[in-house]
Design a protein around this ligand. Structure first.
Ligand code: GDD
Ligand code: MN
Length: 397
């Protein structure tokens, strides 16, 4: 019987690749691990554990676990939860003393989890447990991430003030502004109620700030298929929300941190692009300059451009997208990426010539400004299409 606290993991916030299931530890084979982050939930913990256990005993008898992660609540929620464990064999309790914060609590819980699917639900009954059934079905169908949303059919909030509705939507708009490629994929990016496939976030260094664990998972995880189910956010029966202005500041910090991580890859891509310009220029000189080989300009340009493309591919495959390329090992995969990269860059080259001519002939721009504009636009084109097609990236670094 597990009437002892689960040791708190230390170090990086990283989830391991294999659950006990893969390690062939059939005895502890688990499908689903649900984390309940708690801070001063003495008034709710017994009720939520009872309801969740009854529900999951129905859906996944013996194949799930509940993990309460308490940040040393002054009301001793962790102690109450521990006292429940004799009655609930699927229940495990972690008490954090040196760390605090909703998002990191969830990740620490996932780090000790044994399930293949990792979930989170608030412990104050504001997230209706019955929605878990729908979310599990979506995961069964193959979703990488299944979230409970207030902004899809069947979703909503019960008695939220105009202010809170405005703040929540405002936060979402701000997210769309700063991190469109992530936030636009989620109808309720603020949701604290979801589940994710372990393999989609395993090995990723997570570093959330504050409350928004979903945004961190959606941004850094290998998330292709997102499923959603509507839910109505209920009023609290006991205790009170811990949300203060601090959480809103932390949310903006979090968005900016993710933005920088995404931009980091774009900055690398641009630096590699610059090295390509040097290679291009260098070979154009070696091949076509009268003082060197003096070959015809167009032929020299084509060779120089191709060598620049190969140079850019090597550096991008090794550096910019190194973390992705290492997960697509082997010569065949690399050749496939090179061919795709080459095609996209050639299309980019054509686009470049077209744009140059439009800016120069139609908008009468100075030829060098026109060329710089064309190069700039095509760099975005090349980056986006290579991100999505050549390296098939769904996550940020
Ligand atoms: N371990 C731990 N540490 N748990 C915490 C902490 C913390 O520092 N702060 C809050 N929690 C727990 C609470 O005990 C509760 O179980 C859950 O996290 C949510 O906290 P609330 O304070 O009740 O948040 P809320 O109801 O105002 O907002 C919730 O719903 C929003 C809408 O879905 C949160 O889930 C928000 O993230 C979400 O945006
Ligand atoms: Mn709440």
């Amino acid at each position: 019987m597990n009437e002892s606290l689960v040791p708190v993991p230390t170090g990086l916030l990283q989830i391991s690749e294999s659950s006990t299931r893969e390690r062939g530890d059939q005895e502890n084979a688990l499908k689903f691990s649900l984390v309940l982050p708690t801070y001063n939930e003495a008034g709710n913990i017994a009720e939520i554990v009872k309801i969740l256990s009854q529900l999951l005993d129905g859906y996944l008898p013996g194949q799930y676990e509940l993990i309460v992660v308490d940040d040393n609540s002054p009301d001793q929620t962790w102690k109450l939860a521990l006292e429940l464990t004799p009655d609930y064999p699927q229940l495990r309790v972690m008490r954090r003393v040196d760390e605090k914060g909703l998002s990191t609590a969830v990740i620490r819980g996932w780090q000790v989890a044994q399930g293949e699917i990792l979930g989170v639900i608030d412990a104050d009954l504001q997230h209706p447990p019955e929605v878990l059934g729908q979310l599990l079905q979506e995961m069964e169908k193959g979703a990488d991430l299944a979230l409970a949303s207030r902004h899809v059919e069947g979703g909503g909030v019960s008695e939220w003030s105009i202010i809170r509705r405005f703040l929540s939507r405002g936060a979402q708009m701000l997210g769309l502004l700063i991190l469109p490629e992530v936030i636009s994929r989620l109808s309720d990016p603020m949701s604290g109620y979801f589940m994710v496939r372990r393999s989609a976030i395993a090995g990723k260094s997570l570093s959330p700030v504050g409350y928004k664990i979903l945004i961190e998972v959606a941004a850094r995880g290998r998330i292709r298929w997102i499923a959603e189910a509507g839910y109505v956010f209920r009023e609290r029966q006991a205790g009170e929300s811990k949300v203060t202005w601090k959480q809103y500041i932390e949310y903006i910090q979090h968005l900016l941190r993710l933005r920088l991580s995404i931009s980091a890859r774009f900055i690398q891509f641009c630096l590699v692009g610059l090295s390509g310009v040097v290679v291009d220029m260098g070979f154009l000189y070696l091949l076509s300059d009268p003082s060197t080989l003096g070959l015809p300009l167009t032929r020299s340009k084509i060779i120089a451009a191709e060598l620049a493309i190969i140079n850019n591919f090597i550096w991008n495959d090794f550096w910019t997208f190194g973390d992705i390329a290492r997960r697509q090992p082997g010569k065949r995969q690399r050749l496939k990426r090179l061919i795709k990269f080459n095609i996209i860059c050639l299309v980019g080259l054509i686009l470049n010539v077209l744009l140059l001519n439009v800016f120069f002939n139609v908008f009468n721009l100075n030829r060098y400004i026109a060329n710089l504009l064309a190069i700039g636009l095509v760099t975005f084109f090349n980056f986006w299409f290579n991100l999505k097609l050549s390296w098939r990236v769904t996550e940020i670094k």
